[in-house]
Design a protein. Structure first.
Length: 662
């Protein structure tokens, strides 16, 4: 074809598409990338004014120029039409770049001209995509922007365009990497204006927003999608999600090790104090260290032998002096608890000491001060008290005095343990094999048993298959937790110094050997869903429930054979322990007790105490990481002293008389 003919053909084609309406037709057909009927195309181009122009004339002209063709499904672009449109769009972009400056407000609250190179760099550096793919995505974004009337862009709006392209291209993994963390503005407004709850302090406001970012970062960027989905669906429950990747759950320390640290740091020997000022200094240093430790765990700190090693220092003197010292101790506890939003951060173990009546008397005096009405107001959530039942019996007290001591607010956080069981429990219910060794509790992860029962639909084989799958996921979560916490704390000088002083192993080894607790929610509810009746009412239900714990225990033992006994199967023991889950709306308030109670034997069971104890012990043998028997004084006709005596001699390990400990 001669150059003259080519020029005339080019002139004809340019005249054909040289009208705004016709270019709009080409853009719409290209956008949908599928045949459009006449009416659909007309509505897309002209909107609600279909008669505003002779649409059929323009469409016919494009068809005659072989830019558009019509088949049985509708109108589409020809190959020539696509090429012409690309030329037009390219020319259009050049004009935009030359005559129009599209401004973008960045995340740093500044303005800068739109630059396609910035999108490419963003995709390469943050999305970790190859350069050729970054260029392809950037061109598509620029193409879509050129088809709008936007004159002022924000960084979030630009990300929406990019995310839209990524989703259409099947690049969901890249989109997750580019997801920005934060709280929706509507929720921030609620917090700021106090609409979602009672007014909050500025510090609490910032803490909530920061927690949201930390949680989203964990679920979107640190955990694999399949594990994050298990949490989001409620199949697996994680505690303190905002700190989950940053620090261990709990710490067990002997009180003696804290006193040794005080002696090293402050040259204050606890056993050689002579003046009141030195006793007060000791108390202040003691809580200075415990408060400093609170930055490095999420749930609580259990102090083993608190009365043996700490309260004993103040025994033997004038009772008024002891009262003054204990009042000073309680003032530090009150300050510590006032900064916590849920679950006590400190658990205190009270041992029974044969032949040490002065120490036992000091323990009694301290507990009496904790049980006063003023103390109830000071501690809306008391420290957890782990009390050797022999300590009460050996005091030879009147039971009226005992009832006064264990008023409701103190009893609600008291767990009694027997002398025959050597391991200690903290509020995460973790067994400490050696009471003289400080240990970290890496975490406690829950399997939601009722959800498994619903999915299994009364199929035994499927239920245990699902149970093993969830257990495997929990083990993977622990491995991620260990790596993340190790990475975070490795460079924290304060942690290295503190851990180096308190643990026999190095800080790294202490984390590597940290206890990993595996637990469960809703055993009774799951059994009722699967078997149709509660575990305490039918032999088949009891057998099924025992098989659940047996299966978990067997798999944990197999894992421990290769993991140096790091894993423990344990039971949660009180309702506040799971408050964060409910506050995060994973479970609704009406599900708290019925669906997700931590009891082995349900609260409403009417079986006799002897039968209840016998049944509980069948389950407890599988829970090496700790479990608590709920005696529930209010539901028994026995006097409290007789009930306590029966439970203390039943070799239950640990028990409570509280009606509020779920």
């Amino acid at each position: 074809m001669s150059s003259d003919k080519i020029s005339k053909l080019l002139e004809k084609q340019l005249k054909t598409i040289g009208q705004e309406l016709r270019i709009d037709i080409l853009k719409k057909l290209d956008h949908f990338d599928r045949p459009l009927s006449f009416s659909k195309l007309q509505k897309e181009v002209l909107g609600d004014n279909p008669n505003s122009t002779n649409f059929s004339f323009h469409l016919k002209t494009l068809k005659e120029a072989e830019v558009v063709y019509l088949n049985s499904k509708g109108y589409q672009l020809t190959q020539l039409g696509k090429k012409l449109l690309n030329v037009v769009l390219s020319f259009e972009r050049e004009l935009i770049d030359e005559h129009k400056t599209l401004m973008i407000r960045t995340s740093k609250y500044s303005k800068e001209p739109f630059n396609i190179k910035k999108i490419e760099e963003y995709l390469i550096h943050e999305g970790e995509v190859e350069e050729f793919l970054a260029k392809q995505i950037s061109k598509e974004v620029r193409k879509r922007l050129s088809q709008t009337n936007i004159q002022y862009l924000t960084a979030p709006l630009m990300r929406e365009y990019i995310n839209g392209v990524l989703i259409e291209m099947g690049l969901e993994n890249v989109r997750k990497k580019l997801t920005r963390l934060g709280t929706p503005p509507c929720e921030v407004h609620k917090l700021f204006n106090g609409l979602s709850s009672s007014p909050i302090s500025p510090e609490h406001f910032i803490r909530i927003l920061g927690s949201d970012v930390s949680e989203q970062f964990l679920l979107l960027n640190l955990l694999p999608g399949n594990l994050a989905d298990l949490y989001l669906s409620g199949e697996i429950a994680l505690l303190h999600l905002n700190y989950w990747s940053l620090r261990p759950l709990s710490i067990y320390l002997t009180t003696e090790s804290l006193l040794n640290l005080i002696e090293q740091r402050f040259s204050l020997k606890p056993q050689n104090l002579s003046r009141s000022a030195e006793y007060f200094q000791l108390i202040a240093h003691f809580f200075e260290i415990t408060n400093g430790l609170s930055k490095f765990f999420s749930q609580d700190l259990l102090l083993g032998g608190f009365n043996r090693h700490f309260l004993s220092i103040f025994s033997g003197g004038d009772q008024q002096e002891q009262t003054d010292y204990f009042t000073f101790i309680l003032s530090f506890l009150e300050h510590s608890f006032s900064s916590k939003t849920f679950s006590p951060y400190l658990s205190l173990e009270f041992q029974s000491l044969e032949g040490a009546q002065e120490v036992n008397d000091s323990s009694w005096l301290f507990l009496e001060q904790m049980s006063t009405p003023d103390s109830a107001r000071a501690f809306p959530a008391n420290p957890n008290i782990f009390l050797n039942a022999d300590l009460i019996r050996n005091l030879d007290i009147e039971w009226e005095r005992f009832n006064t001591l264990f008023s409701s607010h103190l009893l609600d956080n008291t767990i009694f343990y027997g002398q025959k069981r050597s391991h200690l429990l903290n509020s995460t219910l973790i067994r400490v094999k050696d009471p003289q060794q400080n240990r970290l509790i890496l975490d406690k992860i829950f399997i939601n048993l009722p959800l498994l029962a619903i999915k299994a639909n009364q199929n035994d084989g499927l239920f245990f298959e699902l149970l093993q799958d969830k257990l495997a996921a929990v083990l993977k979560l622990f491995k991620y937790k260990a790596l993340l916490v190790q990475k975070k704390l490795k460079g924290v000088a304060a942690w290295q110094k503190m851990a180096g002083s308190l643990f026999t192993d190095s800080p790294t080894e202490a984390l590597e050997s940290a206890i990993r607790s595996i637990s469960f929610l809703g055993l009774n509810k799951a059994v009722k869903i699967h078997c149709g009746i509660e575990l305490d009412r039918l032999q088949t239900s009891e057998k099924f429930a025992l098989q659940i714990l047996r299966t978990l225990n067997e798999h944990i033992r197999e894992e421990n054979a290769q993991a140096s006994d790091l894993y423990e199967l344990s039971q949660p023991h009180y309702g506040l322990f799971l408050n964060q889950l409910w506050d995060d709306n994973i479970y609704t308030s009406d599900q708290k007790e019925e669906h997700f109670s931590s009891r082995i034997i349900r609260k409403a069971s009417h079986i006799h105490l002897d039968k209840r104890i016998s049944l509980f012990r069948k389950f407890a043998k599988f829970l090496g990481g700790g479990t608590v028997f709920h005696g529930i004084y209010e539901s028994n006709t026995l006097p409290k002293d007789e009930l306590l005596s029966i439970l203390a001699q039943a070799d239950l390990g640990a028990f409570t008389l509280s009606n509020k400990l779920l």
